[in-house]
Design a protein around this ligand. Structure first.
Ligand SMILES: [Zn+2]
Length: 862
């Protein structure tokens, strides 16, 4: 899946604290995928006991059985179309009565690797019955003596046998089961929308990481791959889509039909997918040349198809697929790709093999209404999901602790792919400036579903991509691509893996990132691990004289920060002021970012960091601005509820209002344009690329009328990009009561879809007027709001906590049932402690700097 909100930057900061990372090694990437299909290590069967308080020693399935193939039949009883008659306040819902049940049976064929008397699978929220175990070699049944569901986090379903399964024997297990389609975006779930007087329902799956077990009993671990053969029974007026192409469609009777799909390649359970959509859904087919063998169809609601909103996704998907096939020198192996735009899905997209699902906002593009930035987002998300078809789907991390391999590679590749097929975007990996995080915890530390969910944070995506970018730079692009190809084929890497391991190990096995310190007066260079030891690495000719300066890590290809002696810092900052173009763009951003982070680590004075932003009033490129805004926002929110409110706020405003360059006139402009739109009877003449900023500024500066206009437009607009911008703008108001009302709306799925709840609250929390409100709100409504992504919410809402009071509240919050957010809360506590300390130490210096700078601004103005 891609990053959950599409934009990672803001969230990445939330994990500023470095914790201990552990085993790994870059060359694991190269050999890992080979290992998963061979050498399946035997682990003893788990021994959980409901009578002891301690958790079972092992939540992982025993590897005594190796699944080969599932044959699954599922009947989805849902009706996709329900027509309401009568007037709005008293609708008369006509037949049929909706039904959420699904029923099914499965036969899993497996090989026995180690003699055992019991079969362990995963199953959750399913009513399972009628087990039949067959010895496929002798064709004799083996009697079952018990079927037990573990009532703990293991989700184990244990089938006890009268006779042992023998090593190397081939067996099968048949099970019947039924369950319910969920209403909270997980497992097999309901997505819905209205079309005039019709309510349309869609059944869709989203199984990463551990929800396949809620659809059918299975060996639900990523390395226990198998072939899937699926049959879906569904209503006559619906279409069923699966991972593989349909093989046969039969009408059964007046109500039912059956779709049987071809067998998939061997794949992980979390990639299993199917959907049942209304037969009014349409699709467009990507252009094909003689050499294309893969059919790509893009499905969406009929209005979106008719209006051409799928055209961009249709065309770019083909270009991206061709790019990857030539880049990897390896054909896509499933034969077809469906891209499906769903009204409800969380996260933004999911790479199910052959059936990629997207939130509508990440697939549908409307020329002239959507912004260019939105077009880039769509291209990047599609490129990410298509990269997964190789890295993630075909080759997969062995266990979830190495999720960064899947996500880091897909993230890294998506940038080079988009750069290749859309060169005019000039796409730069925004993650090049992100903060550091641990990558790969030991596999034993990741056991339960909650642990696994905790891995889906920005760490796995951003740092993974950065580390890979660094490796590519170290070994060269050509060798790196060869390495990826070889990894893909399971061959040895072209380069000696020891070299690569030697180079990469420190970046993965040690926490955080190093700081290189260059002293231009005595020529010394130190490498200091961010948290630990401090060693001089060599002395060389880094001595400068006569005002010369040194800049290290050109274009930021290395994953480390650079510190200099004060004289060199001063010269660099002077250079930024007088001739910034002599310093590469990425480094301009990096200098600010380094300065602020080094100041936080007490390695440089905080005023140096603040001074590093002064050149920005001349800067017209977005990137350094971004770093400055990000860092300054941190400052502001550290202080804004305390004694330094005034000058800080002024400074943030100056930067935010820039529209890219710091002019307060921007607010006036925004107000006027927005007012014109309000009065125009729905003719919006604001340029698509400016809408996001203008809406936000106008709502922030406006009253109830501006907010309600945005809300009306949000509710009535059918354009996903426009809706996204409005949903964000609504969080910009400074009126507490409006923010409070907006928060309440998130509890009503008719107003804010469940998939949008976490990001809406996140936006509100980014508004300094809304942070405390949002924090109170998520605690009061935790059960509901954490359904989407509790960890993301916590990271976003608490990222600027910096008081003892907030720390205490966070501590108390640990008593809640936090689920997948447990790790995020622990990180938030750590971060808050660091922030409190930092504020204590730097408050006076910062206050002084701002008073000085703002007084000089005032003098100029008057
Ligand atoms: Zn992904």
């Amino acid at each position: 899946m891609p990053l959950k909100f599409g934009t990672s930057k803001a969230i990445a900061i939330a994990f500023g604290v470095l914790t201990v990372s552990s085993i790994g090694g870059m060359f694991t990437m190269i050999i890992l995928f080979k290992a998963q299909t061979q050498n399946i290590t035997m682990t003893p069967p788990p021994t959980p006991s409901p009578t002891t308080l301690a958790p079972p020693p092992n939540m992982r399935l025993p590897k005594s059985l190796v699944p080969q193939k599932y044959e699954i039949s599922l009947a989805v009883h849902l009706y996709t179309k329900i027509i309401e008659e009568g007037n709005g306040s008293n609708p008369n819902i006509t037949t049929p009565n909706q039904t959420m049940i699904f029923t099914g049976n499965s036969t899993v064929h497996f090989q026995c690797a180690q003699r055992t008397m019991s079969i362990f699978l995963n199953s959750r929220n399913l009513n399972v019955s009628s087990p039949v175990v067959l010895n496929e070699n002798t064709k004799r049944n083996i009697k079952v003596s018990g079927l037990q569901h573990y009532d703990d986090e293991s989700d184990f379903l244990k089938i006890e046998l009268m006779d042992a399964l023998e090593a190397e024997g081939n067996y099968s297990l048949f099970l019947s089961f039924h369950g319910e389609v969920s209403d909270n975006l997980e497992a097999l779930y309901l997505s819905r929308y209205t079309d005039g007087d019709k309510r349309i329902f869609i059944a869709a799956t989203n199984l990463q990481p551990t929800d396949a077990r809620k659809v059918f009993p299975c060996f639900d671990e990523p390395d226990m791959k198998a072939v899937f053969k699926l049959t879906i029974f569904h209503r006559r007026e619906t279409i069923a889509l699966g991972n593989a192409a349909p093989y046969e469609r039969n009408i059964i009777d007046d109500e039912w039909q059956r779709t049987t799909f071809r067998e998939t390649p061997k794949m992980s359970t979390y990639l299993f997918a199917f959907t049942v959509v209304d037969d009014s859904f349409k699709f467009v087919t990507s252009p094909e040349s003689n050499t294309d063998r893969v059919e790509i169809n893009t499905y969406a609601r009929p209005e979106a198809i008719d209006a051409g909103h799928t055209d961009y996704a249709r065309d770019i998907a083909r270009k991206l697929l061709r790019f990857y096939e030539s880049q990897f020198e390896m054909k896509y192996s499933m034969g077809k790709i469906d891209q499906l735009a769903l009204p409800d899905l969380y996260p933004a997209a999911m790479e199910n093999w052959g059936l990629i699902t997207y939130q509508e906002g990440f697939l549908l593009y409307q020329e002239g209404v959507s912004s260019l930035l939105h077009k880039e987002d769509i291209a990047t998300v599609i490129a990410h999901e298509l990269a997964h078809q190789w890295f993630g789907n075909e080759v997969t991390m062995k266990w979830w602790n190495d999720l960064w391999l899947n996500e880091g590679i897909a993230t890294y590749l998506s940038y080079s792919a988009v750069d290749s097929v859309e060169p005019t975007f000039n796409i730069v990996s925004p993650d090049a400036l992100a903060s550091s995080h641990p990558l790969s915890p030991p596999s034993k530390a990741i056991n339960t579903t909650d642990d696994i969910l905790g891995m889906f944070d920005s760490i796995s995506y951003s740092k993974g991509a950065i580390v890979l970018r660094m490796l590519a730079n170290h070994v060269g692009e050509v060798v790196f691509n060869k390495g990826l190809q070889n990894q893909y084929r399971g061959h040895k890497a072209v380069r000696n893996t020891d070299d690569i391991a030697g180079f990469m190990n420190p970046w993965i096995t040690q926490s955080g990132y190093p700081v290189i310190t260059i002293n231009t007066t005595n020529g010394q260079v130190y490498q200091k691990q961010f948290l630990f030891n401090n060693t001089a690495i060599h002395k060389e000719a880094f001595i400068t004289k006569n005002g010369e300066w040194i800049l290290a890590n050109i274009d930021c290809t290395g994953y480390y920060r650079v510190n200099y002696n004060p004289e060199n810092w001063e010269r660099l900052l002077a250079q930024l002021q007088t001739n910034r173009h002599s310093i590469p763009l990425l480094n301009r951003g990096q200098l600010i970012d380094d300065a602020f982070n080094l100041a936080r680590a007490k390695l440089v004075n905080v005023t140096l960091a603040l001074n590093s932003t002064l050149f920005l009033t001349n800067e017209t490129t977005f990137l350094p601005w971004e770093s400055a805004v990000r860092n300054l926002e941190y400052f502001i929110l550290m202080f804004d509820r305390s004694e330094v409110y005034g000058p800080m706020q002024v400074s943030l405003l100056a930067i935010k209002l820039a529209c890219s360059n710091g002019l307060p006139e921007c607010v006036e402009m925004a107000k006027q344009k927005y007012a014109a739109w309000m009065e125009s009877n729905n003719t919006n003449s604001i340029h698509p690329n400016l809408r996001s900023e203008i809406y936000c500024q106008a709502v922030a500066a406006g009253e109830k009328e501006e907010w309600e206009f945005a809300w009306d437009m949000y509710q009535t607009s059918s354009d996903t990009s426009e809706k996204e911008q409005l949903r964000r703008a609504l969080s910009c108001t400074k009126k507490i009561w409006l923010l409070s009302r907006y928060l309440d709306y998130t509890l009503d799925p008719e107003k804010i879809r469940l998939m949008d709840v976490a990001s809406t609250i996140y936006y509100i929390a980014q508004n300094s007027a809304g942070q405390a409100l949002a924090w109170n709100f998520i605690r009061a409504n935790w059960d509901y709001v954490s359904q989407g992504d509790g960890a993301m919410l916590i990271a976003g809402v608490t990222s600027r906590f910096s008081t003892e009071f907030e720390l205490e509240e966070l501590m108390r919050f640990q008593d809640y049932d936090l689920g997948g957010a447990t790790r995020a809360v622990a990180l938030a506590i750590e971060q808050t402690q660091v922030n409190i300390q930092w504020v204590k130490e730097n408050k006076d210096d910062v206050l002084q700097w701002f008073e000085q700078k703002t007084s000089s601004v005032r003098q100029k103005e008057y």
